[in-house]
Design a binder for this molecule. Structure first.
Ligand SMILES: Cc1cc2nc3c(=O)[nH]c(=O)nc-3n(C[C@H](O)[C@H](O)[C@H](O)COP(=O)(O)OP(=O)(O)OC[C@H]3O[C@@H](n4cnc5c(N)ncnc54)[C@H](O)[C@@H]3O)c2cc1C
Length: 336
């Protein structure tokens, strides 16, 4: 494991923010993980694990060690009458893995096509799109406890998956390096296409994983900016979960506000709608802006700093809170 000094992270974060890390390394195998653990024992520097950097916003240079996870490997580990179990290394690219499943005839992950980033980060926020979440196909993961070096296995229940949340993003934040995940892919196709225009775009086509994946890719490309061209981290805000009473109250004056009932009776509503109503869609503050096609996506049009993007986010949060009494929460990790 080679450690470099003052290394640029511009190409390691999808916002394209031009910041440096005081120390920098890449993790390609188990030996590198052992070296990282040894480094951690003798150093008081902060450690930042990064996959694709597509769910982070850097406000400043990072003063610790940034370790980019680049471990590789895809392996079929088990098969039964209902499922094929596939174990994937944390550093594999998520979308390339989804395409591997689709092209090899496995089903379950097709709706999660084209989500940027790595496999190891997927459980962090239980990635989701088009009516499917990682949790739906998840079997287990292996993670290294950073303080002890012990490798632990977490089943689905232990991961405490929730809406854009997990044990690793909340209770155990910063405590583990996720080494690999195992997904169970169904042998009986149960397509989920009743979501956000997917059914329409599949009209007249045979329903199979490849066609669904292709349709999801086309829909995403029509709505979301490509981070290689316009820096962004996808949805910048989580959809807020509010009480039934508050939702009904807003709905009375704004009947177009959508709501999805949660198990506890609360309502998940649309952050994009709230931001749009406050007039933010398409607006710009310097090089930071709200994407013109999607109010939930904050973008870097060129040389925005992390502070610029965060200042825009704070203005949006304040404005939605003032008008609707709802406090939006950022989805990406803020590195200060
Ligand atoms: C255009 C665009 C569209 C997006 N669409 C979606 C979407 O539809 N649904 C969705 O859920 N998300 C979406 N995202 C967000 C992002 O792609 C996901 O959150 C993705 O899982 C992040 O992966 P990453 O490797 O880039 O993580 P990073 O940004 O590198 O890291 C995210 C967090 O995970 C931690 N981490 C990373 N790897 C490991 C590891 N191996 N072990 C322990 N901790 C680790 C990091 O420290 C950090 O806290 C989108 C982003 C973009 C840019």
């Amino acid at each position: 494991m080679k450690i470099k000094n003052n290394h640029s992270l511009k190409k390691y974060n999808s916002f394209g923010i031009n910041i440096n890390s005081r120390y920098f390394t890449t993790i390609k195998n188990d030996a590198n993980i052992d070296e990282l653990l040894a480094w951690r024992k003798q150093s008081d520097q902060e450690l930042l694990l990064v996959g694709g950097g597509s769910n982070m916003l850097f406000k400043n240079d990072f003063q610790g060690l940034t370790a980019i996870i680049e471990t590789k490997g895809i392996e079929i580990v088990k098969e039964d009458g209902e499922y094929t179990y596939v174990k994937v290394a944390a550093g594999e690219n998520w979308h390339q893995f989804v395409r591997w499943t689709v092209e090899n005839g496995y089903t379950g992950l097709e709706n999660l096509s084209l989500i940027p980033g790595t496999v190891g980060a997927a459980p962090m926020q239980n990635i989701g799109a088009y009516g499917v979440e990682l949790a739906d196909c998840f079997d287990e993961l292996e993670a290294v406890e950073l303080t002890t070096g012990n490798i632990k296995t977490f089943n689905k229940q232990a991961c405490q998956f929730d809406y854009r949340d997990s044990y690793f993003k909340s209770t155990a934040f910063g405590e583990y390096l996720i080494k690999n995940i195992t997904v169970k892919l169904s042998k009986n196709s149960q397509w989920k296409i009743n979501y956000a225009g997917l059914k329409n775009s599949l009209a007249g086509q045979e329903l199979n994983a490849l066609n669904i994946s292709n349709a999801v890719i086309a829909l995403r490309q029509s709505k979301l900016p490509d981070p290689a061209i316009i820096g962004n981290a996808g949805s910048f805000f989580k959809n807020p979960i509010i009480s039934q009473a508050q939702w009904e109250n807003i709905q009375q004056s704004h009947p177009t506000l959508s709501g999805y009932p949660q198990k506890n009776g609360d309502i998940k509503t649309s952050a994009a709608w709230l931001i749009d109503q406050c007039g933010w869609k398409g607006r710009q503050q310097g090089d930071a802006g709200v994407y013109k096609k999607h109010a939930l996506v904050l973008v870097n049009y060129g040389d925005a700093s992390g502070e610029d993007v965060w200042s825009l986010a704070e203005n949006i949060i304040a404005s939605v809170n003032k008008r609707f009494g709802i406090r939006l929460e950022a989805e990406p990790r803020l590195i200060t």
